[in-house]
Design a protein around this ligand. Structure first.
Ligand SMILES: [Fe+2]
Length: 424
């Protein structure tokens, strides 16, 4: 990737087409026809069966009279194995439109199916360097309609697919603008299927996406790329991404706690779904940094923690991200106090008297206490002994750390992780 020795002056927004609203799912057949597919591949989380969501989707597909296939070997937090199995399926089957229905794991799996179907090769060919080969897709992918059922990852609006590699004790991803879904169909009624624990973790992720992207290193502090094709998908905060991120922080402040405390509060859950997509567009343009960089080893190293609302033992992404957020934003405060206070005020829903570097961490901890999250890394089973591995795992995520508004050294990551052992 080429970089010039002058500062960047250009920024932009590539966004997924978005359709939002109650019963927007009823317009799926109309949307499908626009792509004129011959064979549809439906990638769907099998857990949705008990909420009748799969039936609703299949009914919409049947109306179109177009042939379809189903893939439902979805792993929560996709692993290399599960994505390789999905790519084998992609190579052996014919389809020309993909519909993904589920949480981030399902949508990410569909993105990888799409990538391998069109560009061939193996999953590791495309995984970010230095873990994978970092190869770029060389052709336009198939149209992908993403229908989220949780309010978290924002995967329906992003260019990233995340994967867990337990053998290497790390999480990484595939990231390229061509991975972005063609259409996000967001129907709040689908959030009925998500239990409170899942809504909680997903919403914590949304809050971090929105705040991290809002305060990320401004685009004009990055050096200009040699060619437009070399411009990174994560450009740094800019006037367009700020609009999306700010709106997502505001809705999170208003609706997040309601959406967790009352699983039947569809208004709050709907606004959190909208926030997830808005934040996805914001961070898809600006990028996320320290909490997300730390989240990779936090989720990757220990697989014994079991969160509320989940059947298997693992650290849900939102929790792994949020636990280091108070300390991260304490560290980044001096880069732009005004933006940190603005985020704190939007979460609080009112002006803050005597604002200072603790204002934003305080709001984050208030939210954590209200929904009984773990108090810090200690509650996940981490001790001081794990620090070196956590530090090196976080520091490896240079692609993300480059977006921090303040230069991050290893000693800063150490401080952040130490403070995050126990947030209160
Ligand atoms: Fe995230």
């Amino acid at each position: 990737m080429g970089i010039l020795n002058i500062k960047e002056k250009v920024f932009g927004l590539d966004a997924t087409q978005l359709k939002f609203g109650q019963q927007s799912l009823n317009e799926l057949s109309w949307e499908i026809k626009k792509f004129k597919p011959k064979i549809i591949l439906l990638v769907i989380d099998p857990a949705l069966k008990k909420f009748n969501i799969n039936k609703k989707i299949i009914n919409q597909i049947k109306v179109t009279k177009i042939q379809y296939k189903i893939y439902q070997q979805i792993k929560i937090e996709p692993s290399l194995d599960s994505l390789e199995a999905a790519s084998e399926f992609a190579k052996k089957n014919k389809f020309d439109l993909i519909i993904a229905v589920g949480g981030g794991s399902t949508i990410d799996t569909a993105k990888v199916i799409n990538l391998i179907k069109v560009c061939k090769g193996e999953v590791m060919d495309y995984v970010n360097q230095p873990i994978g080969k970092g190869k770029k897709p060389n052709k336009k992918l198939l149209p992908l309609i993403a229908i989220p059922t949780t309010s978290g990852s924002g995967s329906e609006a992003t260019t990233v697919a995340v994967l867990d590699i337990p053998e290497l004790k790390l999480k990484t991803g595939i990231s390229h603008t061509l991975l972005r879904p063609s259409l996000a169909l967001v129907d709040p009624e689908l959030s009925k299927s998500s239990p409170s624990g899942v809504t909680a973790s997903a919403g914590l992720d949304v809050i971090c996406h929105a705040i991290e992207s809002y305060i990320s290193k401004p685009y004009f502090l990055r050096n200009k790329p040699l060619t437009p094709g070399d411009r990174p998908p994560y450009q740094g905060s800019n006037p367009i991404s700020d609009i999306w991120s700010l709106q997502a922080i505001e809705y999170s402040g208003k609706y997040f706690l309601r959406s967790v405390i009352n699983a039947k509060d569809l208004e709050a859950k709907g606004f959190m779904m909208l926030s997830a997509t808005l934040a996805g567009i914001g961070f898809g343009s600006a990028g996320v940094h320290i909490p997300h960089a730390c989240a990779y080893p936090i989720a990757g190293l220990k697989h014994s923690f079991r969160a509320k609302g989940y059947k298997t033992a693992f650290v849900p992404h939102g929790i792994s991200v949020f636990l280091t957020a108070p300390a991260s934003f304490r560290f980044t405060y001096s880069s732009n106090p005004k933006k940190h206070i603005k985020a704190a005020e939007l979460l609080k829903g009112s002006p803050i008297k005597n604002p200072n570097k603790e204002s934003l961490p305080k709001e984050l901890i208030r939210i954590m206490k209200k929904i009984n999250t773990p108090t810090g890394l200690k509650d996940l089973g981490y001790t001081k002994k794990d620090l070196p591995e956590l530090i090196s795992g976080s520091f490896k995520q240079q692609r993300l750390l480059a977006l921090s508004p303040k230069k991050v050294q290893e000693k800063d990551i150490k401080n952040i992780l130490e403070q995050s052992m126990k947030n209160w």
